[in-house]
Design a binder for this molecule. Structure first.
Ligand SMILES: [Zn+2]
Length: 469
């Protein structure tokens, strides 16, 4: 009888399957652990502790598309692996939000001081990231910095300028989405619209690197034509951006359109109320005219018009300017509740879509930047094997088939009158004209002859005018 195998044999039996795993298979398993779940980062970090082989394989996955946020940034800065960073990191995603300040009750103390401490802490981390980490990432392709929605957070423009300066030359995809939360002064609650000697003009910093970039998405507090050219004594001198395949500049701000940079020099100073939208269209038209774009480049500026509470026919409208076609599409928006939630119906030239407000920009940006389940943000052309987070947007046709009774007032009115009442409009008239591609103008919903609106709300149904045959 010789049943006893001894501790050594038992160990071999238990570890043999792990040791014997082909590297490709192990890589697939660890990738799967990482990419299919929002907690994948933590799960993979645990796998790294199993043995040296797992550690090496896991590092390459963990560092490839790095995701940093306020919760893990400090720890990362204290413990990152320099070799892994320079060997593996292709994408860095920073999900910015203001860190909690421990031992400080924001309800009992000066809120401004509390925010100032919190914003400065985040700013300090971002600067360490810029100076300690960026120079090591010599394989970086994508940088995405986004301020999380509904967050009271401020990013210093000065620090963002340092980020752009420190960006490795390999980095050709850039997303910078502060959602308007970038500022010259993160210590102050005041809204500064004026230029001081130490103001940072981010457009100029971006202009320096734009010629090498391929996919760019911007959503900043201010933007202007200086992004794509210099205002000089002889007029506006556009740059060439021959590598840009897609350039999205989002000027939507709450239900309006963002202002121009305070530094903007208008070619026509008598024009007041110039928005970032007008200035960018002006600049991009010049880039287009001097052959500064590659054929087939997709360059869009996005804006919106708020509609009117007093006039139901004036629709909330999203605007999308296409630089290469010198035209703007205006997309009307209906805000009637569907399925008991406030959902939006957006009508575009390629069909209607229903979704929450936060997904509207994904629709007009053509679902171009994708958030993976790991929370990494990449341009869609760079996504090879990640699993994307689902976006809850339903095409109109699919909606009507699946939920025929869930209808919005616009659809009911269109069905009653037998015609489309608010359509996507293509505007390609000359600059400054009513149908001009620079018109920051809403779409008006039709009220056909023989019909009237008993009330001026978005959900009001049309009635027939009495006394008509
Ligand atoms: Zn500017």
């Amino acid at each position: 009888m010789n049943h006893y195998q001894g501790p050594q044999d038992q160990t071999r039996l238990m570890t043999a399957p792990i040791d014997g795993l082909a590297p490709e298979l192990l890589n697939q398993i660890l990738s799967w652990v990482y990419k299919t779940d929002a907690r994948g980062r933590n799960n993979l970090a645990i796998c790294l502790l199993v043995c040296r082989q797992w550690n090496q394989q896991g590092q390459s996955i963990l560092y490839r598309d790095l995701v940093l946020d306020t919760g893990n940034l400090q720890q990362f800065l204290e413990s990152f692996d320099k070799n892994a960073l320079s060997s593996y990191t292709r994408a860095l995603t920073l999900r910015a939000s203001a860190p909690l300040v421990e031992d400080w009750d924001p309800n009992e103390t000066d809120a401004q001081k509390y925010h100032s401490i919190s914003f400065n802490r985040l700013d300090g981390w971002l600067r360490r990231l810029t100076y300690d980490v960026f120079p090591l990432m010599n394989k970086l392709i994508t940088l995405s910095i986004c301020v999380m929605r509904n967050q009271n957070c401020k990013l210093s423009k000065h620090t963002l300028a340092a980020v752009l300066k420190a960006l490795p030359a390999t980095c050709v995809d850039l997303e910078l989405d502060t959602n308007g939360k970038d500022s010259d002064d993160i210590n102050n609650d005041f809204d500064e619209n004026t230029v001081s000697d130490d103001s940072t003009h981010l457009c100029e910093e971006l202009r320096r690197i734009l010629p090498r970039l391929q996919h760019v998405r911007l959503n900043l507090r201010f933007t202007c034509g200086a992004l794509v050219g210099k205002y000089e004594e002889d007029g506006f001198n556009p740059i060439k951006i021959p590598n840009v395949q897609q350039f999205l500049i989002n000027c939507r701000r709450v239900w309006s359109t963002s202002q121009c940079c305070p530094q903007t020099i208008s070619e026509n100073p008598s024009v007041r109320e110039q928005r970032s939208w007008h200035s960018l269209i002006h600049g991009l038209s010049h880039v287009m005219d001097c052959g500064g774009l590659r054929p087939g480049a997709d360059v869009r500026v996005l804006a919106q018009s708020a509609g009117s509470l007093a006039h139901a026919t004036i629709k909330k409208t999203l605007l999308c300017y296409h630089a290469t076609e010198k035209c703007t599409w205006a997309y009307p928006l209906a805000t009637t509740p569907l399925k008991g939630e406030v959902l939006y119906f957006l009508r575009t030239e390629s069909g209607g879509f229903i979704g929450e407000s936060r997904y509207l920009q994904d629709i007009i940006e053509g679902f171009s930047w994708i958030t993976l389940k790991t929370e990494a943000r990449l341009h869609k052309d760079r996504v090879r094997d990640g699993v994307a987070e689902s976006i809850d947007v339903t095409p109109e046709e699919e909606w009507r088939t699946r939920w025929p009774r869930q209808s919005c007032a616009l659809w009911v009115n269109e069905s009653k009158t037998g015609m489309l009442l608010a359509e996507a409009e293509r505007r390609d008239g000359p600059l400054g004209s009513e149908n001009g591609y620079d018109a920051l103008q809403w779409v008006v919903e039709l009220t056909p002859e023989g019909w009237y609106r008993p009330e001026q709300t978005d959900g009001a149904l049309l009635e027939r005018v009495q006394g008509l045959d």
